[in-house]
Ligand binder design. Structure first.
Ligand code: NCD
Length: 308
C-alpha cells in the first residue's frame, strides 16, 4: 500500500516502514530543499484551524509554499461558518473541492477522524483536543533520527502535563513501536497519562514504564527529555492550573547531572518549564525540532499527494 491519497488522523495509521519513509524523505528535503521546490505546483493546501496554532499551521503553510503549491484556509473558527452552526461533514464536503489536501485542528477529539469519513482528499490531523497530534510526532521522530542517528535503544522521559498533552500521547504510542524504547513519565500525580493509554502501553506494546513525580532522580540516566507545558486551556478551573503550572522548571544547574548526549525536546510553545539559560546548551534541540517540522510536513504532503 502506498501513502498516496491516504489520511493521517492517528500516528497508528502509519506502519513503521511508512514512518521511516516520511522521515527519510524529510531529511533529504532538509538537505536539498531546492530539488523539491516545484513538485506541488498547482496543488492547494486547505488549513482548517478551529483552535489556536502558530507552528503547526505556519509550518504546514511554509511546507506547501516551499513545494511550489498554494494555501487557503482559516485560523479562527469564529471567521468560518462553524460559527453559524455548520457541521464538520458539510464543511468538508465543500472544502474537499476547494483544496487538494486538508489539515484540520479542532478542540473536539475525533473531529479529524469524522472529517476523513467525508473527505475525498487527504485529511491530516493537526491536533484534536487532548487526543492526538500525529504531525508533531513526525517532527519529534525526525529530530531524534537526525540528532541520534536512529530511533532505538533509548530511555525517553516525558515531563509535565501528561494527562492533557496530545503531543505526549501521540509520541508515546508511536515510540512504543520502535525497538528497545523505555519510558520515564514525570508528572504531578494529578497529570499522569490517561489510564487507557497506560494500559495500552503496558498490555499491547509491552513497554517498560516508570511513573514518578521526580525529574531529578531520573535525569542522569535518560537519553531524551521531552518537556511539555501545562495545558491551561484544558483545565476545568483556574485554581488547579495555578497550583500545577510551575511543577517543573528545567534550568542549567539541573542539567549538570544529565548525560552529555542528552537530547532536550519540546513541542513548543514553552511557558516557563524550560528556563532561557538552557537555550544555548548544545543539548537543547527544541528550535531545531520546530524547523525540522517544516521538512517532515513537506515529505508527508508530497507522499499523500502522490508527487514523491
Ligand atoms: C502543541 C499542541 O498544539 O498540542 N503545539 C504544537 O503543535 N507544537 C503543544 C502545546 O500546545 O503545548
Amino acid at each position: 500500500m502506498t501513502l498516496n491519497n491516504r489520511h493521517l488522523v492517528d500516528p497508528n495509521d502509519l506502519t513503521l516502514d511508512e514512518l521511516h519513509q516520511i522521515i527519510d524523505l524529510g531529511l533529504k528535503m532538509y538537505e536539498n530543499p531546492k530539488a523539491y521546490r516545484e513538485i506541488c505546483k498547482g496543488k492547494i493546501l486547505g488549513t482548517l484551524f478551529y483552535e489556536p496554532s502558530t507552528r503547526t499551521r505556519l509550518s504546514f503553510e511554509s511546507a506547501m509554499l516551499r513545494l511550489g503549491g498554494t494555501v487557503l484556509g482559516f485560523s479562527d473558527a469564529n471567521t468560518s461558518s462553524a460559527k453559524k452552526g455548520e457541521s464538520i461533514a458539510d464543511t468538508i464536503r465543500v472544502l474537499d473541492d476547494y483544496a487538494d489536501i486538508l489539515v484540520m485542528r479542532h478542540p473536539r477529539e475525533g473531529a479529524p477522524r469524522l472529517a476523513s469519513e467525508f473527505s475525498t482528499v487527504p485529511i491530516i490531523n493537526g491536533g484534536d483536543g487532548g487526543h492526538q497530534h500525529p504531525t508533531q510526532t513526525l517532527t519529534d521522530l525526525i529530530t531524534i533520527q537526525k540528532y541520534r542517528g536512529s530511533i532505538e535503544n533509548l530511555k525517553v522521559a516525558f515531563c509535565g502535563d501528561l494527562l492533557f498533552g496530545r503531543t505526549v500521547h501521540s509520541l508515546l504510542k508511536t515510540l512504543s513501536r520502535f525497538p528497545n524504547i523505555s519510558f520515564v513519565l514525570v508528572s504531578p500525580p494529578e497529570l499522569k497519562i490517561p489510564y487507557h493509554l497506560r494500559d495500552e502501553l503496558l498490555q499491547e506494546y509491552k513497554v517498560e514504564i516508570i511513573e514518578t513525580s521526580s525529574l531529578d532522580e531520573y535525569l542522569p540516566e535518560i537519553d531524551i527529555l521531552y518537556m511539555t507545558r501545562i495545558q491551561k486551556e484544558r483545565f476545568f478551573n483556574e485554581e488547579d492550573y495555578i497550583k500545577l503550572k510551575d511543577s517543573y522548571i528545567l534550568n542549567k544547574d539541573k542539567l549538570k547531572k544529565a548525560k552529555e548526549d542528552l537530547l532536550i525536546l519540546h513541542p513548543l510553545p514553552r511557558v516557563n518549564e524550560i528556563s532561557y539559560d538552557v537555550d544555548d546548551d548544545p543539548r537543547a534541540k527544541y528550535f531545531d525540532q520546530a524547523k525540522l517540522g517544516i521538512y517532515v510536513r513537506m515529505a508527508l504532503m508530497a507522499l499523500l499527494l502522490g508527487v514523491a
